[in-house]
Design a protein around this ligand. Structure first.
Ligand code: DC
Length: 233
């Protein structure tokens, strides 16, 4: 049996963290934890309760709501489901405006504190590949594998654009690029746990790498670092 491992994947939106991590998790037989989904869920709750994107950045407005939020993370057939007060949110948290809400709530320290323990707990109990913005720096500082995954703005916007279209969500490339840059700026300049590579993270720029090559690259890196073996495709 493989030993217990923790893999931290950080980086800006659209770098392919979630699709690549999901495939790597499958090959390694470990779980994939999408931490962005948790911030999206809190943002979604704020929106459902009448708050604007600007409102949810205000601690006095969003913090009292946390008392009424119960988030459960479940794995069904290996896929993460986020349950908000008993409701499985599915793709509701993938709408483009929820990305902005998620980025906005994630700047509030009480929200980060609220979500911290659930993330650590998953990694205590399971071998994980966890993606987000502060996994290698804050959530899993002792992870034996830390990768900061990035790509050019245009490459990332192109991927996000295609992903939205494939889900039947209407999108415009220029808007996607603009929103992605705004979010990168907000995520990397906030005071609380800003997006940045951990000092011991390996930087992986996959602008010129397709999906399969990226998956193989990460698997090779993990195998070399940890000694665990992935199953063949
Ligand atoms: O990974 P994503 O696009 O689903 O994340 C949505 C937002 O949540 C992102 O703009 C910043 C925030 N986030 C965060 O602050 N820390 C994380 N670990 C994951 C996401």
């Amino acid at each position: 049996m493989n030993k217990k491992i923790a893999i931290a994947i950080d980086g800006p939106g659209g770098a392919g963290k979630s699709t690549i991590s999901k495939a790597v998790a499958k090959r390694l037989g470990i779980i994939y934890v999408d931490t962005g989904a948790l911030y999206r869920t809190v943002g979604y709750y704020g929106r459902e309760h009448g708050l604007s994107v600007e409102d949810v950045k205000v601690s006095e407005k969003i913090t009292p709501m946390l008392d009424d939020i119960r988030i459960e993370i479940k794995y069904i057939d290996g896929t993460q489901h986020v349950i908000l007060n008993g409701e499985d949110l599915g793709d509701k948290i993938r709408q483009p405006d929820i990305s902005m809400y998620a980025s906005a709530v994630s700047s509030v320290p009480s929200v980060r504190a609220f979500l911290l323990e659930a993330q650590k707990e998953l990694a205590r109990k399971n071998s994980v590949i966890m993606d987000g913005r502060d996994i290698g720096t804050v959530i899993l500082p002792d992870a034996e594998v830390k990768i900061f995954m990035t790509a050019s703005d245009e490459a990332r916007a192109q991927r996000r654009y295609k992903e939205l279209l494939s889900k039947g969500i209407e999108a415009n490339f220029d808007d996607v690029l603009k929103e992605l840059r705004e979010r990168d700026h907000a995520d990397s300049t906030r005071a609380a746990a800003p997006l940045k590579p951990a000092d011991d993270a390996h930087i992986f720029d996959n602008s010129d790498c397709d999906f399969n090559a990226s998956v193989e690259y990460i698997i090779k890196f993990v195998e070399e670092k940890t000694g665990v073996k992935a199953v063949e495709k």
